[in-house]
Design a protein around this ligand. Structure first.
Ligand code: SF4
Ligand code: SF4
Length: 339
């Protein structure tokens, strides 16, 4: 079975666990260490920033884990898949906002910009803009004076280098308003990886339920059965290991299930990953609410429970330290995937 078919089977059986190494985390050393411990713990996916050297470090960590598998009496039946993420806040590869002449100078966009990229002159500073879309959401709909310049060229150059370094999947963070802009980027992602899954990460911060479903339909029309939808509850909020933190991740998956998968047979097998605010309670919460999911993607919480050991110098060669981190990591993975 090829890598795409193998991943599809993992998703079908709801056994996909992806460790998110950190949006914009370019610390290759840390990514290598996380890859060691979470590969041993049973993760079958890693999400890393779109830097070839970070992708390579993740692959090295996976290789090291294979070398330690016998010592820890674990089997690694499938080599974990490496996903590169593009378009998340802080990623400068994708889009930059600018203001057109229709602007009525209401200044509503200025305070919502997280990076102070909009000065009083209302000429957006491209170097500071992270393309988050907050200004577009704040701009009065009748004016709609925010537009984006797309860096598709840079994206198209970067992604093949990441795939060459060992990545197999690409994830586009698309939780911003403006369908045309996102679909342009999705086309680039789709063309860059025609042989395996690509993932669109969506939340409901900017999108109504109807817009969410429309965007999923548009993404599926481009990538077909290679599409994964990552249901992003509240991004980067999963530090607390409680039910409320993970509530939105489960809720958005529920919306997709009821408004799309249950209604349209074409989407019945669309894989949904729970993410954003995910933690050790996510899978339990989904099961309690009878919300189906094909995988769980955990970042802040998963990194937090091994942080003390992973920070130690030489961690990746220290079997004792790896052993201490292994326990909580393996427990989290086994609680998150279907038994
Ligand atoms: S897209 Fe985000 S970062 Fe860029 S100018 Fe608008 S609010 Fe600021
Ligand atoms: S919110 Fe829109 S209309 Fe108001 S200043 Fe910003 S771009 Fe101009």
């Amino acid at each position: 079975m090829g890598r795409f078919e193998t991943m599809r089977e993992i998703l079908r059986s709801s056994r996909y666990f992806k460790l998110v190494c950190g949006a914009g985390n370019e610390n290759a050393e840390e990514v290598r260490r996380l890859a060691v411990v979470y590969t041993l713990a049973g993760a079958n996916g890693f999400d890393v920033s779109a830097k070839p050297e970070v992708v390579s470090a993740c692959g090295e960590g996976i290789d090291l884990a294979y070398g330690y598998a016998e010592h820890f009496k674990v089997e690694i039946p499938v080599r974990p898949y490496i996903t590169v993420s593009v378009g998340m806040p802080g990623d400068h590869h994708v889009r930059k906002a600018f203001i057109i002449d229709d602007c009525v100078s209401c200044d509503l966009c200025i305070p919502v910009c997280p990076t102070d990229a909009i000065p009083a002159s209302l000429e957006i500073i491209p170097e500071l803009c992270i393309g988050c879309g907050n200004c577009e959401a704040a701009c009065p709909p009748k004016v709609a004076a925010i537009r984006y310049r797309h860096n598709s060229t840079e994206l198209a150059e970067l992604l093949p280098k990441c795939l060459e370094a060992g990545a197999e999947n690409i994830e586009l963070h698309a939780a911003v308003p403006g369908d045309d802009a996102i679909l342009e980027e999705w086309e680039v992602v789709n063309a860059s990886q025609p042989d395996n899954f690509i993932s669109m990460c969506l939340d409901r911060h900017h999108l109504s339920n109807v817009q969410l479903i429309d965007r999923i339909r548009a993404a599926f029309a481009v990538a077909g059965d290679r599409t994964i939808i990552q249901a992003d509850g509240v991004p980067m909020s999963g530090g607390s290991d409680d039910h409320n933190t993970t509530l939105q991740a489960v809720a958005i998956a529920d919306v997709i299930q009821k408004d799309l998968k249950d209604k349209d047979r074409a989407f019945r097998d669309l894989p949904i990953l729970l993410s954003g605010g995910t933690n050790g309670k996510t899978a339990q919460m989904a099961r309690l609410c009878a919300v189906p999911y094909q995988g769980v993607s955990i970042g802040t919480h998963a990194r937090g429970i091994v942080k003390g050991w992973v920070a130690e110098n030489g961690f990746e060669h220290d079997l004792e330290a790896i052993g201490r981190a292994f326990g909580p990591a393996a427990d989290l993975v086994s609680r998150s995937i279907a038994s």
